[in-house]
Every structure is written in structure tokens, then in C-alpha cells.
Design a protein around this ligand. Structure first.
Ligand SMILES: CC(C)(COP(=O)(O)OP(=O)(O)OC[C@H]1O[C@@H](n2cnc3c(N)ncnc32)[C@H](O)[C@@H]1OP(=O)(O)O)[C@@H](O)C(=O)NCCC(=O)NCCS
Length: 221
């Protein structure tokens, strides 16, 4: 655990389940030498208490505006809002790749991306700003994942498929090669995507079909 405040600060924004997992990634990056030492803290809007899992809780209003930040909230719409808020303050959206992940040399990761342990990002994949890719997901060759999307654990995105901005792909989803999931859509856990999924829907099942509009833009109610 590295909380020495004389070091440059790196914030994990969010102290829920994804926040704890993302803090573990930051710590393992520092311990393995892929990221230099930083003072690691959780950034939250309204701190309740002083620490979580031994890491300090820092209020957004009192944070160091020059620090690095990685967003660790599972709702794509909120990820997008937090990213704009961080950038307006001057915080630097920063990418974290677990030392236990595989990322092809020809893959491109934009700023603020999180790649969790045992993820595989294949040749020429492109992962845009502030995307989270969770444990054991496979991002196939030439896949594109657009801003603020969340790819849950054990998802398999077939070659040259595309995930739109602010979409959420639930646990264990399979996406056939060359298909597109639109913007601001949710694909429910365990679904199998055989046809393109349009913008703004909640799609479930095998084959995955839109069940309703994604009106309130929340995955977790
Ligand atoms: C798709 C999802 C967002 C729908 O949530 P919801 O709107 O609250 O839907 P409900 O749970 O009320 O379910 C509505 C109906 O759809 C069915 N359903 C929901 N998700 C389903 C899924 N993934 N596959 C098949 N059917 C599903 C329910 O069984 C229910 O059917 P019923 O009306 O016949 O009982 C949610 O089920 C989901 O998959 N969330 C992502 C979970 C995930 O990946 N979590 C990762 C956590 S780290």
C-alpha cells in the first residue's frame, strides 16, 4: 500500500467494488514497476470516513488538480460525467493496465482506460478514452470500444466488432465478429449477440434482442 503524500498523487475515482478492484490494479502496477510510485487514494464526492481498505478518501472539492485520476465507476453515463468533471478541474485521465493482462503491441489504448487482470487485447484493437475492461474479457483483433463503455468480466468481443460510446456489455456476453453494439445500450449478462444491436436499448438473450429502450441510462438500479 503506497500512501506516502510526498509522492505524486494518483486517484481512483470511486470507492465501491470497481474502485477496490482498480486500486488493486494500480498497486500491482507500482509493485511490479510498470508504474512509478505514487501516493494512492480514493477520490469521492462525499467522503464518509477517512479511509477505505487502508487508502485515504479524498474529497473531489479538495483534491490536487494536477494529479492523475482513473475512473472506477461501473455506470457508463456516470463515467462520462465524471470524466468531463475531472478534465474541467485539470486532473489527468490516466490508463492502468494490469501486469497480468495481455495487450498486443498494435493495440491502441486512449487515456483513462482500465485493463483488468487476465484480459486479452488483441492485434489492432482500439480502446477509447475512459473505457473499463474487466477481468478475463477478450477484446478481439480490430475491435473498437468507444468512450466511457464498460466491458464486464469474461466478455468475448469477436474480431472487428464494435462497442458504442457509453454502452455496457454484461458479464459473459459473446459478440460475433464484425457486429456493432450501438451507443448507450446495455447487453444483459450471458447474452449472445448474433445481430447488430441498435443505439439506446437494453438487449438480452440468445440471440440477443432489444427488450426495451435504455431510458434511464442505468445498469444498476
Ligand atoms: C440486462 C439487465 C440490465 C436488466 O436489468 P433489469 O432491467 O433490472 O431487468 P430485470 O432484472 O427486472 O429483468 C426483467 C426480465 O428480463 C429477464 N432478464 C434480465 N436480464 C436477463 C439476461 N441477462 N438474460 C436473460 N433474461 C434476462 C429477467 O429474468 C426478467 O424476466 P421476467 O420479467 O420474465 O421475470 C440486467 O439483468 C443485467 O444483465 N445487468 C448486468 C449484470 C452484470 O453484468 N453485472 C456485472 C457486475 S460486476
Amino acid at each position: 500500500m503506497i500512501t506516502d503524500v510526498s509522492l505524486p498523487a494518483w486517484y481512483i475515482y470511486g470507492a465501491g467494488g470497481l474502485g477496490l478492484e482498480t486500486m488493486d490494479i494500480l498497486t500491482s502496477c507500482i509493485n511490479s514497476g510498470t508504474v512509478p510510485p505514487h501516493a494512492c487514494s480514493f477520490l469521492v464526492d462525499n467522503p464518509e470516513g477517512k479511509t477505505v481498505n487502508g487508502y485515504p478518501l479524498v474529497s473531489f472539492t479538495e483534491c490536487d488538480p494536477t494529479a492523475k485520476v482513473t475512473i472506477a465507476v461501473g455506470e457508463p453515463e456516470i463515467r462520462s460525467q465524471l470524466a468531463e468533471k475531472c478534465l474541467a478541474k485539470g486532473l489527468v485521465l490516466s490508463t492502468l493496465v494490469s501486469p497480468h493482462a495481455y495487450v498486443s503491441d498494435s493495440a491502441v489504448l486512449d487515456e483513462g482506460v482500465v485493463i483488468a487482470p487476465f484480459v486479452s487485447v488483441q492485434a489492432s484493437a482500439k480502446i477509447s478514452r475512459n473505457v473499463a475492461v474487466n477481468t478475463q474479457a477478450i477484446v478481439g483483433h480490430h475491435v473498437t470500444v468507444s468512450e466511457h463503455a464498460v466491458i464486464s468480466s469474461q466478455v468475448n468481443l469477436g474480431g472487428a466488432s464494435a462497442v458504442g460510446a457509453k454502452s455496457y456489455v454484461g458479464m459473459g456476453v459473446l459478440v460475433r465478429e464484425l457486429l456493432t453494439i450501438g451507443e448507450s445500450s446495455i447487453v444483459g449478462m450471458g447474452s449472445v449477440v448474433h445481430r447488430d444491436i441498435p443505439d439506446g436499448v437494453i438487449a438480452i438473450g440468445n440471440p440477443a434482442r432489444p427488450a426495451k429502450r435504455n431510458e434511464n441510462k442505468r445498469v444498476f438500479s
